[in-house]
Write a protein of this length. Structure first.
Length: 103
């Protein structure tokens, strides 16, 4: 499900079962992250699918990338793998107005 920056953050902050997933490359990750995020690079292809499939499917995943395209793709893959709740950050990290941190 695509969520606006505001709705994504609002829902995330009220979700005790949330996991923030960053699907960007290592280089992008090293430029700054949304605090608490875990990183699995979608460009790993089959490696991405393998790593994501190991995650707890009962959690709610708040997924972001640089602009929103890769994270939308990641959500689609995760839904096919049996994840019920994935939320794509529209506009991605480039438009993120919330808190950031260095990894």
């Amino acid at each position: 499900m695509d969520l606006s920056q505001h709705d994504w953050l609002d829902q995330l902050s009220n979700d005790p079962n949330a996991v923030i997933l960053d699907v960007r490359t290592d280089d992008e990750w090293n430029e700054g992250i949304i605090p608490g995020a875990v990183n699995i690079d979608i460009y790993k292809g089959q490696g991405f699918i393998y790593e994501v499939d190991q995650l707890d499917k009962n959690k709610n995943y708040y997924v972001y990338c640089k602009a929103g395209g890769r994270s939308a793709q990641a959500c689609a893959i995760m839904n096919q793998l049996g994840f019920a709740n994935t939320y794509n950050l529209v506009g991605g990290f480039m438009q993120w107005q919330g808190e950031t941190a260095m990894p």
